[in-house]
Write a protein of this length. Structure first.
Length: 298
């Protein structure tokens, strides 16, 4: 089945020729490169998820990795706006069989790839098994394997936010020193740990005056979590200072790394990118399909 196969062809083929379960076992082939999948969420909105994801994507790509951003913000997709590109299609068109995945994935700056998924997220939860397998195989047909996938989630604790967190290898919670942001981050962690048994979190504190302030916020969050949520593991992934280079670059629809490479925030994006790549992927037996298999509950 090639990349241009339509969903209908796939359904006919998988039903008539081999049967769904056979296809399922093919989909679990393990002889592929292992991507790192990080999901960025926040309890409160507007804390800097999209700014962080776009800049980190660039920083990771500059370190020689193929990076894909999945824009999973159902209500307010704006990765494309921040990168200055205009999507014509979204993953919905793949589900409807109108486009192949490679038609939908866009090229951003410096080789970053963007998969606009927001308008297809709800459909994703409703796909039947053959449609899910079709999607997995589309991922497998991409010309270049993805090394790192960054998911820009919506704010809050909706089902789709949980869905993407559950399917990811590393869950990054972003918060700022504002008390409301800390309580909302705590609420998100509580739901993920108690409702979905997630027990490892990476934390980025954004919009801080200093590293010390970021570390205090981290301690505040983790001490409350330790006290009320039992044993959870927290990793301080980094912090981003309050820095005007971020809104200025957003206004120009560029990343801060592109136009203000020397600003303090850009330096921290570089540092976090190094940290992300240093951490060894936990899934050493799979490929990007494992993300989609988890996501699509195959
Ligand atoms: N460290 C920072 N210093 C200064 N401004 C920042 C910083 N981080 C983010 N911003 C600004 O805050 C605004 C919100 O950021 P962003 O859109 O990245 O947040 P978000 O969490 O993705 O929001 P939403 O929840 O709506 O998706 C943007 O205008 C951005 O320029
Ligand atoms: Mg956003």
């Amino acid at each position: 089945m090639n990349q241009a196969a339509t969903l209908k062809e796939w359904k006919d083929y998988s039903g008539a020729e081999t049967g769904i379960s056979d296809r399922g076992s093919t989909a679990r082939d393990t002889s592929y490169r292992v991507p790192k999948v990080l999901c960025f969420s926040s309890g409160k909105g507007g804390v800097g998820k999209t700014s962080i994801v776009t800049n980190l994507a660039l920083a990771v790509s500059r370190k020689g990795k193929n990076v894909l951003i999945l824009d999973a913000d159902l209500g307010l997709a704006n990765v494309d706006v921040m990168l200055g590109i205009t999507p014509k299609y979204s993953i919905q068109h793949v589900f409807s069989g109108e486009k192949s995945l490679s038609d939908v994935i866009l090229d951003g700056p410096e080789g970053i790839k963007l998969l606009p998924a927001s308008s297809g997220i709800q459909e994703m939860c409703l796909l039947d098994e053959s449609e899910k397998l079709f999607l997995l195989n589309e991922f497998d047909s991409l010309d270049e394997p993805i090394d790192v996938m960054l998911i820009d989630n919506a704010a809050g604790i909706s089902d789709t936010v949980m869905y993407f967190n559950m399917a990811s290898e590393e869950r990054v919670v972003i918060l700022t020193p504002e008390p409301t942001s800390i309580t909302d981050a705590y609420a998100l962690i509580k739901v993920l740990s108690q409702g979905y048994r997630v027990n490892e979190f990476s934390i980025i504190v954004n919009w801080t005056n200093s590293k010390k302030e970021a570390q205090n916020v981290f301690r505040q969050l983790t001490s409350v979590a330790d006290r009320f949520l039992g044993f959870l593991s927290f990793n301080f992934l980094g912090y981003i200072p309050r820095d005007l280079c971020i809104p200025k670059s957003v206004r120009q629809q560029k990343t801060a790394l592109e136009i203000f490479p020397a600003c303090r925030a850009s330096q921290e994006f570089e540092r976090i990118a190094e940290e992300v790549l240093k951490q060894k992927g936990k899934r050493n037996d799979g490929n990007i399909k494992f993300f989609w298999q988890d996501l699509l509950r195959l």
